[in-house]
Design a protein around this ligand. Structure first.
Ligand code: G3H
Ligand code: ZN
Length: 281
């Protein structure tokens, strides 16, 4: 199955009441484990490189890992740049072969956010790349720094979409990044208000903190893309710790990381099930 753009995947999900899972990758091993989970569930999948992943891997290596895995995969895979605030990085990512980018102007004024997003959309169209942007602000940054949440105003979301024509729109409806427990309280009334007046696939950030039943509910409410990162890091590190404790004789990091990545694949399959994305490849 080929490497694909975000637009076609999320549009289909949006119309058919399921959501495409978008998982943050940080290393080669967790990227492999994520694609394996998606293949076993016959689900499309979005691989995302966050600012910390880009800092660790570099743009070219991140693109190579994701695009090579996509080309060898039996399910559609998107290579997505997550939470980019720097226009230069976005341009480099497009040149490196990412099929989708998120421009994150959530820290800017509405006008600046619109202006920069429009520029990204214009360049992205020339590259054949999809664009996600954010209106409102999801609490806590990817790096864990405290950011105040600003719930998305439905009218602002409508105006933002009309002016930018992004392919997917991230909104703040009660989640926060990097939650260790599933304690997010989604404002479903706000979701309904947005969904009623904005005709574009929505994106949920900070989804590690969302209770299972709410994840299923929201995947049928106009959200075509659900971003999940923290929980995969947590289960991966937990498994590594467990293996090291139980096998003190282990000397080989390839075996360690491969064996531990089983926990990532399992969690990926569980989330795919919740999003009703199994069998949609
Ligand atoms: O953009 C990535 C996500 O919003 C992931 O959030 O790490 O809290 O699951 P999370
Ligand atoms: Zn996010």
């Amino acid at each position: 199955m080929p490497l694909v753009g975000l637009k076609e995947l999320v549009q289909k999900a949006y119309k058919c009441d399921y959501a495409v899972p978008a998982f943050n990758i940080h290393t080669y091993e967790d990227a492999v484990a994520i694609v394996k989970g998606a293949e076993e569930m016959k689900s499309p999948v979005i691989l995302m490189a966050s600012p910390s992943a880009i800092k660790h891997l570099g743009i070219k290596v991140a693109a190579c890992i994701m695009n090579d895995l996509a080309q060898r995969s039996s399910v559609p895979v998107v290579s997505h740049l997550d939470h980019a605030t720097d226009l230069d990085i976005i341009l480099k990512a497009m040149k490196a072969g990412f099929t989708s980018v998120m421009y994150d102007g959530s820290n800017l004024s509405f006008e600046e956010n619109v202006q920069n997003t429009k520029f990204v959309v214009k360049v992205a169209r020339a590259f054949g790349v999809s664009v996600e942007a954010e209106i409102g602000r999801v609490g806590k940054s990817e790096e864990g720094e405290q950011l105040e949440q600003i719930l998305t105003e439905p009218e602002s979301a409508k105006a933002f979409f009309e002016q930018t024509q992004v392919d997917a729109l991230a909104v703040a409806v009660g989640t926060a990044h990097a939650m260790q427990k599933q304690e997010a309280q989604i404002n479903f009334q706000r979701v309904e208000q947005i969904q009623k007046i904005v005709d574009v696939p929505l994106v949920l950030h900070g989804s590690s903190g969302v209770p299972d039943e709410d994840l299923t509910r929201i995947s049928k409410m106009g959200f075509g893309k659900i971003n999940i990162g923290t929980v995969l890091k947590t289960v991966y590190v937990q498994k590594i710790r467990e293996i090291l404790l139980n096998k003190p004789e282990l000397k080989d990091q390839i075996t360690l990381l491969k064996d531990a990545s089983v926990a990532v694949t399992q969690m990926v399959k569980h989330k795919i099930e919740l999003l009703n994305s199994a069998g949609r490849a």
